[in-house]
Design a binder for this molecule. Structure first.
Ligand SMILES: O=C1O[C@H](COP(=O)(O)O)[C@@H](O)[C@H](O)[C@H]1O
Length: 231
């Protein structure tokens, strides 16, 4: 595994460059196989990058976008990653993209897995670009430390897993570790000094795999990943 760091003096510069990098990957994928697959994270970090990406000129009608993970709430809920993506990315030029939602009306993500996994048949595999975030607890996607489903989600042969975070709100549905690490391009998008320190610590600390932060477990299985960071 090698990590290529891209550091910026402010978040606006990061958002612009990350958007250009993602767009280049999507254009290459479209040129190579006629379509491109993009999986994006939610949370507080990506909105500015989404706004920069949505106006870049590429054939968005050939792009299929889904989420790296989703909170188990309806798509109009304030905590919904889908809502964040619809409001900030699927606008302007990017409105022509196809979006694959990770929620349905089931009571739990565990009950919904088969139906939502089937929806992802339309997503090109391997996924061309996966943009990961990282929480203050070292989770990435919805692979949460100490979640009861974590080990299964790190070893699954499926695309998706249901996860119950021990502390964070809402049950989750997430790409599994194997489905993330086989993607063509894995990007980590983080801000703040504390997240940079956490990521460096996670990558350096010598502990048993089961004790490692999920972000480390993912990145250890990716040949090369890019980290985009600004304070
Ligand atoms: O719950 C989640 O958290 C992570 C990190 O979010 P942030 O607010 O610290 O940027 C995010 O990557 C993930 O998609 C989301 O569901």
């Amino acid at each position: 595994m090698s990590l290529q760091w891209h550091e910026f003096s402010n978040k606006e510069a990061l958002d612009q460059q990350l958007a250009l990098t993602i767009a280049d990957e999507l254009k290459q994928a479209i040129a190579q196989r006629g379509q491109a697959g993009l999986a994006v994270s939610g949370g507080r970090t990506p909105a500015g990058m989404f706004k920069a990406l949505r106006n870049i000129n590429l054939d968005w009608s050939r792009v299929i976008i889904t989420l790296v993970d989703e909170r188990w709430v309806q798509a109009d809920h304030a905590d919904s990653n889908e809502r964040l993506t619809r409001e900030n990315l699927l606008q302007d030029a990017a409105a022509a993209a196809t979006f694959v939602s990770l929620v349905n009306q089931a009571a739990t993500p565990h009950e919904a897995l088969a139906e939502i996994e089937a929806r992802l048949a339309s997503l090109p595999k391997p996924i061309d670009v996966v943009v990961l975030g990282m929480g203050d607890d070292g989770h990435t996607a919805s692979l949460f430390p100490n979640a009861p489903e974590l080990e299964a989600a790190c070893a699954s042969t499926q695309l998706l897993a249901a996860v119950t975070p021990p502390v964070a709100p809402h049950q989750r549905i997430t790409l599994t570790l194997p489905s993330i690490v086989c993607s063509r391009k894995v990007i980590v998008h983080i801000t703040s000094d504390s997240k940079k320190a956490l990521l460096l610590d996670a990558m350096a600390t010598d502990v048993a795999i089961s004790e490692q932060y999920p972000i480390r477990r993912v990145l250890d299985q990716v040949p090369q990943a890019d980290v985009f960071w600004a304070a």
